[in-house]
Design a protein around this ligand. Structure first.
Ligand code: SF4
Ligand code: SF4
Ligand code: SF4
Length: 293
């Protein structure tokens, strides 16, 4: 994997597009990329907000001990509920504002649900590497536990997990069920959820805005037509034709929107293009300017 040819074609002999996609993901996993480092930071930021707000008592409804919080102060249940609702609305509001400026970068770099899918992809891509697969399973389970645990702390205080008795059993059972659901999402629904069901994705696909971060493709540059960029796309787009209207995206998604509106700005296509072509300027690029500018 480290000795890729200067220009490579899409792997041959793959039984179906999904298998071909996993082979491309394996190539990407074997060649660490700057987007992976960016994502480590942005995903850490998302988890820090999810964990930090209830732990600091900025917003919490405590269904177990009644220790509801607003900006660190004890409050009644109704005020606690209102605070949590405002905090959730503010979180989504922040992602929508980000979308206006920079497009769907939250999908590509900040969404923990997308990260579950990404880790699950990596498990399938490493099907012949038992140690790598085990390690990625641990990452997926750990990430799911962190995500569900952080979410639970908006609704119970951390003390319930050590309280003993029925309350503790119920808390751990709910946590286990949540982690199970996250793993089912990762293993079964994965990016299909983004394509067809996610309400935030639905919103983004209708209002897609933002000029700072988007995928550009310039056919005048050295495109080898290897099709790797389309082959690796988690939501089945061809980044070379993002201006085309999508007739039937399926699920809740509205037909007739440009493919660009469904693009998650994940950068996987740009990353694999860099690995396949190994030369500058790249025909595919992510950012606010086209590669020729
Ligand atoms: S479409 Fe929804 S689930 Fe998918 S990455 Fe975007 S916000 Fe996350
Ligand atoms: S077109 Fe590229 S950036 Fe957009 S979703 Fe597909 S792989 Fe990700
Ligand atoms: S844009 Fe890059 S990855 Fe896509 S077909 Fe051209 S060379 Fe291959």
């Amino acid at each position: 994997l480290t000795a890729l040819p200067k220009s490579a074609a899409l792997p041959r002999g793959a039984p179906d597009p999904e298998q071909a996609r996993f082979r491309l993901i394996k190539i990407a996993l074997g060649n660490p990329h700057r987007y992976g480092r960016y994502r480590l930071f942005t995903m850490g930021l998302t988890l820090a907000v999810l964990l930090g707000v209830p732990l600091a008592g900025l917003a919490r409804v405590d269904l177990w001990a009644g220790a509801h919080r607003m900006l660190g102060e004890p409050v009644e249940l109704l005020l606690g509920l209102a605070t949590v609702s405002v905090a959730i609305a503010a979180f989504y509001g922040a992602t929508f504002l980000l979308n206006m400026v920079a497009g769907r970068v939250f999908c590509g770099f900040g969404c923990p649900v997308g990260q579950l899918s990404r880790l699950s992809d990596a498990i399938d891509a490493l099907s012949r590497d038992a140690a790598g697969r085990r390690q990625t399973w641990l990452k997926l389970a750990g990430f799911a536990l962190l995500l569900v645990g952080a979410t639970s702390l908006w609704w119970v205080g951390p003390g319930v997990y050590l309280a003993g008795g029925l309350a503790m059993l119920a808390a751990w059972a709910a946590l286990g069920a949540g982690v199970g659901l996250a793993l089912v999402h990762a293993r079964r629904w994965r990016w299909g959820f983004c394509r067809k069901l996610c309400p935030i994705g639905l919103y983004y696909s209708v209002v897609q805005t933002g000029g700072l971060v988007r995928i550009h493709y310039d056919e005048k540059l050295a495109c080898t037509d290897c099709k790797a960029c389309a082959g690796i796309c988690p939501v089945h787009l061809d980044p070379r034709h993002l201006g085309q209207l999508l007739d039937s995206p399926g699920g809740l998604a509205f037909p007739g929107m440009p493919a660009a509106n469904h693009c998650l700005s994940c950068g996987a296509c740009v990353e694999i293009c860099e690995h396949m072509t190994r030369r500058e300027p790249l025909p595919a690029a992510m950012g606010f300017r086209s590669p020729r500018q």
